[in-house]
Ligand binder design. Structure first.
Ligand code: NAD
Length: 252
């Protein structure tokens, strides 16, 4: 039996990187999924790939900072598959760096994409899960939690904020069978990591920060998301789960 048999899931940030890899693995594990992100073409390519491989996926493009989009994703899950069991709230941005030169608008843009979107997602996902329980997972980061990195103030604050939100929701909705966790990937080879830098010296520096002396493949993060989404983690809630190749403990 597959790990997510007959489960219905929403995955945001599914047009590339960690979200895309997770969407494919969720379907291989038997889930029916709604995939969201801004880029419609990439989402439809993913849906075709999944459906051709025998999976079931539906796409809805939109912006996770918009309340109406968060509601629409949940409505689509109910309309398409009759329920919602799992939500992987993964869409995110690096945003602009710095602090003294950072405008309030740029600060707010990062907070809205990474943190306010998490609130809006949960606001509509929780009512849909109250009847049968469920698993909500936010993609946070080691950055802002176990490691401070210069020039990443807004990103760090947004990702640390997600962990506070997650803990509160886990406490509040545990009695109703809704588990809420965050996954904290180490540096992972995605378009976002490329934004951080493509120069070989930058890649080497970032890789060497990790105990494993390399960056993750998106699929390595996705497999941990499957764990948090599935009944294998049935007693796990309120956890900030590092999947970080040891970047949090490595000092060499
Ligand atoms: P990515 O750039 O490949 O994916 C980001 C996804 O989020 C894309 O699908 C993008 O379209 C979507 N997105 C961004 N803003 C959006 C918006 N306003 N509305 C809808 N969709 C939006 O990068 P990734 O590395 O796969 O990032 C996924 C998550 O992992 C992010 O939350 C990121 O902060 C987190 N993360 C990444 C790393 C890393 O090293 N790559 C490390 C730790 C955490």
């Amino acid at each position: 039996m597959t790990q997510l048999e007959s489960k219905v899931a929403i995955i945001t940030g599914a047009s590339s990187g960690i979200g895309r890899a997770t969407a494919k693995i969720f379907c291989q594990e038997g889930a029916k999924i709604i995939v969201g992100a801004r880029r419609e073409k990439e989402l439809h390519a993913l849906v075709s790939e999944i459906n051709e491989a025998g999976g079931e996926a539906v796409a809805l493009a939109g912006d996770v900072t918009k309340e109406s989009y968060n509601k629409a994703l949940v409505d689509l899950a109910i309309a398409s598959f009759g329920k919602l069991d799992i939500a992987f709230n993964n869409a995110g941005t690096l945003g602009k760096g710095g602090i003294t030169e950072l405008s309030i608008e740029d600060w707010q843009a990062t907070i809205e994409t990474n943190l306010s979107s998490a609130f809006l997602a949960a606001k509509y996902q929780i009512p849909a899960m109250l009847k049968q329980g469920g698993s909500i997972i936010f993609t946070s980061s080691f950055v802002g939690h176990s490691v401070g990195i210069p020039g990443m103030a807004a990103y760090s604050a947004s990702k640390a904020g997600q962990i506070g939100l997650m803990k509160s929701l886990a406490s509040e909705y545990g009695p109703q069978g809704i588990r809420v966790n965050a996954i904290l990937p180490g540096a992972t080879q995605t378009p976002m990591a490329e934004e951080f830098g493509t120069d070989p010296s930058v890649i080497e520096f970032v890789s060497n920060m990790h105990a494993l002396k390399r960056q993750a493949e998106p699929e390595e993060i996705a497999r941990s998301v499957v764990y948090l989404a599935s009944d294998a983690s049935s007693f796990t809630t309120g956890t900030a789960m590092l999947v970080d190749g040891g970047v949090s403990v490595c000092k060499t």
